[in-house]
Design a protein around this ligand. Structure first.
Ligand SMILES: C[S@@+](CC[C@H](N)C(=O)[O-])C[C@H]1O[C@@H](n2cnc3c(N)ncnc32)[C@H](O)[C@@H]1O
Length: 272
């Protein structure tokens, strides 16, 4: 019987980057020695009609390692707040809900309409998942989230694509609205943001759109002093990963002179 797939070649610009991260995660999850377990991502990749390998080249484990670090933070939060809400901003085709669900949490998933359409069509339904179609920068999405319950904002893979003032504005807005909550996001270092403006080729024909928002790990820690409503900030590192090359990079990256200029993951606690 022919496999039925859904075309995703219409995704453009920053929306298309979700195909890149899904491809990397699902390919990793399909390996017996993969760093991520994610059967939902494997099925999702299989259901999408897109020339993944031709456009993106060979998959790598970086996005899976990032997802593992984000999952750990979500899981910690869910353990402490089993009836809380996770708000996944720019969620794309992430399947973290099925990796971290405790059977009780509510999950709000926000992305552009063309991405949300694919999620609705291709991912399993659950009455605790709510989809919002629009921009994370139009803060009216906050009205749709019950701020009286504990909220964890997960902005995996989103902030670097925003203008710096928009990224900081989003953090400020979340801190004001979700008091006592947490927010996690990843950061590219300023050198990478600068370089991205000249185009960073991936694989054969995919070019990652520019990432205008770059921030060092040290500046991320300062968010607790500089942004009203942020009580504390910590920088998390993803696991070292599979293979000696990856582990060597992780070891060098942990050296004090290097670590401030690497990709980082930042977890904020908002003031109650
Ligand atoms: C690199 S992908 C990351 C997707 C997913 N979070 C992950 O980690 O695999 C970036 C996602 O952010 C979404 N995005 C970018 N800017 C956005 C905005 N202003 N509002 C909502 N979504 C946005 C894109 O559509 C895309 O799905």
């Amino acid at each position: 019987m022919d496999r039925v797939t859904t075309d995703a070649t219409h995704l453009r610009g920053v929306a298309s980057t979700t195909l890149w991260t899904l491809y990397n995660r699902a390919s990793e999850a399909a390996r017996p020695d993969g760093v991520l377990r994610d059967p939902v991502a494997i099925d999702l990749l299989d259901a999408i009609d897109y020339p993944f390998q031709a456009v993106l080249g060979e998959p790598d484990q970086s996005h899976s390692l990032r997802a593992v670090a984000f999952d750990r933070a979500v899981t910690d939060y869910v353990r402490d707040h089993p009836d809380g809400t996770v708000v996944a901003l720019g969620e794309g085709l992430e399947t973290g809900f099925w990796r971290t669900d405790n059977g009780r949490i509510r999950w709000v998933s926000l992305d552009f309409p063309e991405v949300v359409r694919l999620r609705r069509e291709l991912l399993p339904e659950c009455d605790r998942i709510r989809h919002l179609a629009g921009s994370a920068l139009d803060l009216s999405w906050m009205d749709e989230v019950d701020a009286s319950a504990p909220v964890f904002v997960n902005a995996q893979g989103l902030l670097p694509y925003l203008q710096p003032e928009d990224a900081i504005g989003l953090i400020l807005g979340c801190a004001a609205q979700f008091r006592g909550g947490r927010m996690i996001f990843d950061l590219v270092p300023p050198w990478h943001s600068k370089r991205s403006k000249s185009g960073t080729a991936r694989g054969r024909s995919f070019t990652v759109p520019p990432v205008p928002f770059g921030m060092t790990a040290r500046d991320a820690l300062r968010l607790a002093d500089d942004v009203y409503g942020v009580e504390s900030a910590v920088v998390l590192r993803p696991p070292a990963g599979r293979g000696w090359r990856r582990r060597a990079v992780a070891t060098v990256g942990a050296l004090p002179v290097v670590r401030n200029h690497r990709f980082a993951i930042c977890l904020l606690r908002f003031t109650p």
